[in-house]
Design a protein around this ligand. Structure first.
Ligand SMILES: [Zn+2]
Length: 315
C-alpha cells in the first residue's frame, strides 16, 4: 500500500514529497553495478561497523517496506530540476518543474534540518550555461579513459564512487582529485533497492563508503555529495547523508548509458534533454563502459561548441 513508513514523521515530511515525485523515474536511471566488483571489499577495514543483518529484512519499523514512496500525481512540493528545458523521456518526472500541473496552491516547503538541506540537488552550482557531468559506479578500468577525455577538453566532473572500488583503485581516486574533479558517495554495496534496508544498514552503506573514498583519496579528501544507487532516495537515507556531511545528488539528464543503448543514443539523450545548469548521469563503472567513453568523446566538443562550461553540482 502507499502508506509510508512511520519511522520518522519529520523525516517523512521532509522527504516523501520529493521522493514520491521522483523515485520511480530515478530508480530506472542507474543500473546495477558490476557483479563481482561491488561488495567485494571487506567491511572490516572500516571503522564503521557493518550491521549484523545484510538484508535488513528484520527491520521492525517498516511495515510497508516493500513499497516505494507514494506518488501523488501532480505534487508540486519539489522542483526536480531547474536545468531541464525539454521534456524528459521518463514520463513520471515533471517536465515543467516550476509549474504546478494540478493548479493547486503551492505548499510551503518544509524547513531544512540543521546540518544542511536534505533536498536532492538537480542543478549546477553556478547555473547559467553550465553543465555538471557525473559518473557513477566507479572507479573502474574505464575511469582513466574518462579522465583523459575530460583533461583534453578542460572539463571537470563529479565521480560517484562505490567504496570498495575506491579502496581497490586509490590511484584513480587521487588522480580524480589532482585533476580538479570532485567525489560523491555511492555506497559500499550499491544496494537496490536501498530504502528497504534497515536503518543501521543504510548508515553503514553511506558512512563506510565515504570513509573508504576519503581514505583512498588521502588527507583532505572531501566527499560533498551522496547519490543513492538507482536514485532510490528516501527521507531516511537523505537524512543519513546530511548527517554525514553530504548533499543528496540527483540528475536532470539520464543517458541510460549503463544499459549500453549505443553511442548515438547516449549522445542524443544529452543533446535532446540538457538545459542550462543540468546534471548529466553517466557511468565510469559497473561493466563495459566503452560506449560511455565513445559518447563522451563526442559530447565534450558538442558541449563546448554549444557554449557550455563545466561546473559541479550545487551543494
Ligand atoms: Zn549506480
Amino acid at each position: 500500500m502507499r502508506i509510508p513508513s512511520p519511522r520518522s514523521g519529520l523525516a517523512r515530511a521532509l522527504g516523501y514529497g520529493l521522493a514520491a515525485l521522483l523515485a520511480p523515474a530515478l530508480i530506472a536511471g542507474c543500473g546495477p553495478a558490476e557483479p563481482g566488483t561491488v561488495g567485494s571489499a571487506a567491511p572490516g577495514t572500516s571503522t564503521v561497523p557493518p550491521p549484523s543483518s545484510p538484508s535488513g529484512s528484520s527491520a521492525p519499523s517498516a511495515p510497508s517496506s516493500g513499497s516505494t514512496a507514494p506518488t501523488p500525481a501532480g505534487s508540486s512540493a519539489a522542483s526536480p530540476s531547474t536545468g531541464r528545458t525539454s521534456p524528459t523521456p521518463t514520463p513520471r518526472v515533471s517536465s515543467t518543474p516550476t509549474a504546478d500541473p494540478t493548479g493547486s496552491s503551492t505548499p510551503a516547503p518544509p524547513p531544512p534540518p540543521a546540518g544542511g538541506p536534505t533536498s536532492i540537488v538537480y542543478h549546477t552550482a553556478s547555473g547559467g550555461r553550465t553543465v555538471a557531468l557525473t559518473f557513477d559506479d566507479g572507479p573502474s578500468q574505464y575511469t582513466g579513459q574518462v579522465l583523459d577525455l575530460l583533461a583534453q577538453y578542460g572539463a571537470h566532473a563529479t565521480f560517484c564512487q562505490i567504496g570498495p572500488q575506491a579502496t581497490a583503485r586509490p590511484a584513480a581516486v587521487k588522480r580524480i582529485l589532482a585533476e580538479g574533479h570532485r567525489l560523491c558517495d555511492h555506497t559500499v554495496h550499491h544496494p537496490q533497492p536501498m530504502h528497504t534496508l534497515s536503518h543501521d544498514r543504510q548508515v553503514y552503506e553511506i558512512a563506510a563508503a565515504k570513509e573508504m573514498i576519503t581514505k583512498a583519496g588521502g588527507t583532505g579528501t572531501e566527499v560533498p555529495w551522496f547519490r543513492a544507487p538507482g536514485g532510490d532516495f528516501s527521507a531516511e537515507n537523505k537524512l543519513i547523508a546530511v548527517q554525514n556531511g553530504m548533499r543528496p545528488l540527483g540528475w536532470s539528464v539520464d543517458t541510460r548509458d549503463w544499459s549500453r543503448p549505443g553511442v548515438a543514443s547516449i549522445v542524443a539523450d544529452v543533446q535532446r534533454n540538457l538545459g542550462p545548469g543540468g546534471v548529466v548521469l553517466m557511468h565510469d563503472g559497473g561493466g563495459d563502459r566503452s560506449q560511455t567513453v565513445a559518447a563522451l568523446r563526442q559530447l565534450l566538443p558538442w558541449l563546448t561548441a554549444h557554449g557550455y562550461t563545466f561546473d559541479f553540482p550545487a551543494v
